[in-house]
Design a protein around this ligand. Sequence first.
Ligand code: ADP
Ligand code: GLC
Length: 498
Amino acid sequence: MRSRVGRAPDVAAAERDAALRCKLLFVTSEIADFLKVGGLGEVSAGLPRALRRVADARVLLPGYRAVLAANPDMRIVAKLPAVAEIPACEIGEIDTPDGLTMYIVVADGLFDRPGNAYLDEHASPWDDNDVRFARLAMAAVELARGVPALGWQPEVLHLNDWPGALAAGYLDWQKVETPSILTIHNLAYQGLYGRDRLSRLGIPAEAFAMDGVEFHGKISFLKAGIYYASQITTVSATYAKEITTPEFGCGLDGLLRLRSGEGRLTGILNGIDESWNPSADPHLAHPFDSVNWRGKAANAQHLREAFGLAVSRGPLFAVVSRLVHQKGLDLTMAAIESIVRDGGQLVVTGEGEPEVENALRATAARHPQSIAVKIGYEEPTARRIFAGSDFLLMPSRFEPCGLSQMYAQRFGSLPIAHNTGGLGDTIEDGATGFLFSGATPETFAQAIHRAKSVFDRKDQFAAMRRRAMLRPSGWGEAARSYMDVYRRAIGPGLRVAA
Ligand code: ADP
Ligand code: GLC
């Protein structure tokens, strides 16, 4: 940022500068500023902000109850008409205190509901999620076509996961020439709906084909994105390769292989934001950094007390995770007895599948001195767990990128993780964490055992912690790589501010 101390702001220069910036609209169904379900919410808060250094990046987001509640004075700047059975909506505008512009899709009855972005208060998907996210996607396309009242028209749409993906199809069907990028954060969630919904979603009948939105007899939002987007990215280089194989491709590997062969599939590793800094985190009991360690022990003591665990000199393991099949919690359950036998303790937080939640609660009840489980998710608690623990368990079956292992590293907690997707791209085995190949209870137990022996050699343990804490994981490099992808989508005309 330029400093202009003592001078009036040079408005003309600022305008020239703005005109040089590529206008891009980041379309997302979650943002950590207001509501998040997982890592997509974090990425949506971090990446557009990093992109703003070189581009005019703005966000398009549904007007969920939490968004409306946090912005009672939101200005309504445009109205968009109904299309097929997708109801009309208004576009609100919010400028965050740090200057990020968000456009909010306000549609009566679609988003202002209890529950989270995708599920009702009983954790069932809303049965009109197709219309809800088609509304989001259609709004993005209308902005791309140009809404004069907005005074801003994106030159590229950056779509995220299945809730945004249908926009790539609408662009094609409506002959709007704006290019689109689809980022796949998780191929396992595809947005599949019955063929009978084609007309209510405004999808032309001829697009219901293998070369289009059709996937095994259903409409697939995600496939529409993969098929029609100008460029596809995913959130690590390894996952970009994995999803072109039958094992990880969720049935879409053939199309993804094709796109990869065309040079249209790129892996770009996520970053994490600067608030993940243990020397300045207001939630921690004691600050610390890679040189001054004393605070780490104080945080461990605080964590044990807060979770009712016994005083101990043994290793403290942690799980901070959505409690779903992807995250391999059955492997963690299988490891618990031996962790306890070896003098270790475990703190778990997260929420998800009720069976997993109940199994964890029952195990904690059997070992009240050694295992503590807090069902639910509060970020300050998560931060205190990263700060107080020695190791983070992440035996994910697959992991497109994974953010928790990076948070843990910054906070001096070494991840013990399955070597898959972004876990392998962010953890150097024996240097900044521990990796194991082949997700079985045996391979996981061996990795935990290796970690325990490093824990017992204090110098080696301290050296690994230090390396993990110093591992660069900001957003800068990712933002540069995304600009390269936008350039491929838009062509050489892409403008970038100096
Ligand atoms: P994923 O997105 O697959 O859950 P990541 O590791 O990329 O995995 O991101 C997890 C993010 O979600 C982190 O910011 C973590 O702190 C947060 N998180 C974990 N569990 C929950 C939860 N139950 N509710 C909300 N956020 C959660
Ligand atoms: C998804 C993936 C996770 C990734 C996150 C953000 O939720 O499961 O691995 O880190 O998206 O891209």
